[in-house]
Design a protein around this ligand. Structure first.
Ligand code: SAH
Length: 362
């Protein structure tokens, strides 16, 4: 074990304070960020615009430590999935989805998940631990390197979605620091609109995110009444639909042209009737939103199945006729188990009592 600080755990503000504390000008922090996140250089000796003394100080007192990619799978449709080892016992998964006009990286924020959504394979593993900032931003750094960004300076990852394993808003501080690094002009410099945090509905986290660094938001709604949502997304018992939708309204206040994405997994005979569609329309009244209908992706030991395409289309038509923008999300990478809800990584799950503790963190 080392108690040296890992520079990948620090966002710009933290690095600036650190450099001040050792008597260096804060612009050194900006130079360091550029080396790491724009040139992909993590060897202090190659950071030629830093003085010899500073390089020696950094070598003695800090580290630049990343998780390790231990496996890569490629789907027939071009989607790539990496298994990323974060410690001796735990690995998580990261997915890259190339499209004509963009490349989306789907990243994980926790090893496992505590929320127990009934249709999600990550939930089946239970919860192990939160990822550190270095493990979250590390997924972005490592995959950029693997895809050749640092060499060619051509962006391949243009969008980032927090839709991998875990609930991002229950690992708030580390997620926020990693978002700060994604959007910082000295670092990856992505636009806030191109970063999407997906949440099962952690209301206090939504309010904090609006204040701290307002990126795009997606809500895993999946049901339009509390009875059903309580049973398939149990966190609804802590933050019921009305509270969640009020938080969505607050999030969009003043920026109504920036809609929230509503995710709705289509589960056969569970939440896919025309009545459900009409009830969803009522829920979304007055909230700037667009709906993504997600065909359910199968995994072993699930008792759910996906609605068929006629049902999904009929459901979508109700939304569209009511003036709601709605699309059916394309399933990508399901031949390598990289589609929504199929990520499992590898880890030793902790007990259910751990779940309760995590849910109460905020
Ligand atoms: N914890 C975050 C990120 C999770 S994954 C959240 O809940 O939003 C991203 C999306 O995939 C969520 O909307 C999630 O509910 C959905 N999902 C989970 N399992 C799925 C499955 N088997 N098929 C389709 N979508 C699924």
């Amino acid at each position: 074990m080392t108690n040296k600080i890992n520079l990948f755990d620090y966002d710009r503000k933290m690095l600036e304070s650190y450099f001040s504390s050792i008597g260096e000008n804060t612009f050194r922090a900006h130079q360091l960020l550029k080396w790491i996140y724009q040139y992909g250089v993590i060897d202090f000796e190659s950071m030629t615009n830093l003085s010899n003394d500073l390089r020696t100080h950094l070598k003695e007192n800090t580290i630049v430590k990343l998780p390790k990619i231990v496996n890569e799978k490629k789907s027939e449709d071009g989607t790539k999935k990496w298994l990323v080892k974060v410690d001796e016992k735990n690995s998580i998964e990261t997915v890259f989805i190339p499209e004509n006009d963009r490349g989306t990286l789907c990243i994980s924020t926790q090893v496992g998940c505590a929320l127990d959504c009934k249709f999600c394979s990550t939930a089946k593993q239970g919860f192990s631990r939160n990822l550190t900032t270095s493990e979250i931003i590390g997924q972005v750094w490592l995959t950029n390197k693997t895809l050749g960004y640092f060499e060619n300076k051509k962006r391949i990852i243009t969008n980032i979605v927090f839709m991998g394993m875990g609930e991002p808003l229950l690992n708030y501080n580390n997620v926020l620091k990693s978002i700060n690094l994604m959007v910082d002009d000295y670092s990856f410099g992505l636009s806030k609109r191109r970063i999407t945090v997906s949440t099962s509905g952690i209301v206090p986290g939504i309010d904090r995110l609006k204040k701290d660094n307002k990126v795009s938001l997606a809500i895993s709604l999946h049901a339009s009444n509390d009875g059903l949502r309580d049973s398939i997304v149990p966190i609804n018992r802590s933050y019921p639909i009305l509270d969640l939708l009020s938080a969505c309204k607050r999030y969009t206040e003043g920026k109504e042209d920036d809609p929230i994405t509503i995710e709705y997994v289509m589960l056969r005979n569970v939440n896919d009737s025309l009545e459900d569609a009409h009830s969803l329309v009522k829920c979304l009244h007055g909230i700037p939103s667009k709906v993504n209908l997600i065909p359910f992706n199968k995994f072993p030991e699930t008792y759910f199945s996906s609605s068929n395409y006629e049902t999904i289309n009929a459901f979508r038509d109700v939304l569209i006729k009511s003036g709601i923008f709605a699309i059916t999300r394309k399933t990508r990478g399901d031949d390598i188990d990289a589609a929504c809800g199929q990520l499992i990584g590898k880890f030793l799950a902790k007990s259910k009592k751990h779940r309760k503790n995590t849910v109460e963190l905020i």
